[in-house]
Design a protein around this ligand. Structure first.
Ligand SMILES: Nc1ncnc2c1ncn2[C@@H]1O[C@H](COP(=O)(O)OP(=O)(O)OP(=O)(O)O)[C@@H](O)[C@H]1O
Length: 318
């Protein structure tokens, strides 16, 4: 009950004025993250009813099939689709509906919540719900990985191996993710890649290559600290072969923002980590390193072509 009282103390005048015509569908992932969502769902129903705001709450589905919502958007004039889940759910829902005339919202309920955190969306469900009602939708970028939709961060190599192993575990959450990262760290070996950016090609042995729209993997692990979801650029982080003992320190330097963005220059072999921006990148994945898209493992490919989709969808932001 305390939860309800707190949200009722929010200035809901802002919610009502000019927003009455909004029709919101909330999509709840029943398995994402580790915490139960029933309190939040009750709260959404209660506040929406009190404020006479149209709200419908539906479950997500494992295969990411949301085509049935396209008809609903037009037939019932749905204005907003709000995702209650993590990055995998955001990827499925937005990937299916970004061409449609709706705004998207996120109430973060995943293990990492990389896009929500990168966007400055509050981590606390009540605050995130309040933002859905009072925030403003603004255009943000997404990108394609071999024509597959991505909006947070994708990559090849070590981080994808963690994503693959994480996917096999029955428990989710930060603890499981950290366990998988540590186990994989000890086994990590560099993979061979050929990278092409703006017609400049080079070979690299790298532990992983991250392609980032948001600044992080999730949990504020900011592998691409300068990344901005609305700048029309992808941040590329290539963690090159180095002594394994140096690897955690090099990555720490990167996440702390002590590696500045650079233009891609010839001196690439002397750097542990390459960090640059581009609108497009082609990666030849010569040793079939594992791949992930927005933290979800995908079948690996030899040719990985990635390009930005600037101002791709409207996201409710603070
Ligand atoms: N109804 C459902 N039943 C079973 N699985 C589902 C259902 N809906 C979605 N899923 C699956 O849930 C998985 C996890 O979702 P999501 O990525 O949002 O959470 P997470 O991995 O805990 O968080 P994050 O990606 O932020 O780390 C997705 O792979 C998705 O296919």
């Amino acid at each position: 009950m305390e939860v309800f009282e707190k949200i009722q103390s929010v200035d809901l005048q802002k919610v009502i004025i000019g927003k009455q015509k909004r029709k919101i569908i909330y999509l709840v992932n029943p398995v994402s993250g580790t915490t139960k969502k029933s309190t939040l769902v009750n709260l959404i129903e209660k506040i929406s009813k009190e404020q006479e705001l149209y709200c419908e709450i539906l479950p997500t589905n494992q295969r990411g099939n949301y085509d049935f919502l396209i008809e609903r958007i037009y037939k019932d004039n749905i204005t907003d689709i709000v995702i209650i889940g993590g990055d995998g759910t955001v990827n499925h829902v937005v990937g299916a509906l970004y061409d449609q005339p709706v705004n998207f919202g996120i109430i973060p309920y995943g293990s990492g919540n990389g896009l929500a955190r990168a966007a400055g969306i509050p981590s606390k469900p009540k605050k995130a719900f309040e933002l859905i009602l009072t925030g403003e939708a603004k255009p943000v970028d997404a990108f394609l990985v071999n024509e597959k939709f991505a909006c947070m961060l994708s990559g090849v190599g070590f981080d994808a191996k963690v994503a693959h192993d994480f996917a096999t575990k029955t428990s989710r959450g930060l603890l499981t993710y950290t366990q998988q990262s540590i186990i994989n760290y000890f086994k990590a070996q560099p993979y061979q890649f050929e990278v092409e950016v703006n017609k400049f090609k080079f070979f690299t042995d790298a532990f992983f290559i991250s392609v980032a729209n948001g600044n992080q993997f999730g949990n504020n692990f900011t592998i691409a600290p300068e990344a901005n979801i609305s700048d029309g650029q992808l941040d590329i982080v290539i963690v090159q072969k180095m002594n394994k003992a140096k690897l955690p320190f090099a990555v720490l330097k990167q996440i702390r923002g002590n590696n500045k963005l650079e233009t891609l220059v010839e001196n690439i072999t002397h750097r542990n980590i390459l960090y640059f921006q581009t609108e497009e990148i082609k990666i030849k994945n010569l040793k079939n390193a594992p791949m992930h898209i927005d933290g979800e493992p995908v079948e690996t490919k030899t040719d990985v072509d990635i390009k930005i989709l600037p101002k791709c969808f409207n996201l409710i932001l603070p």
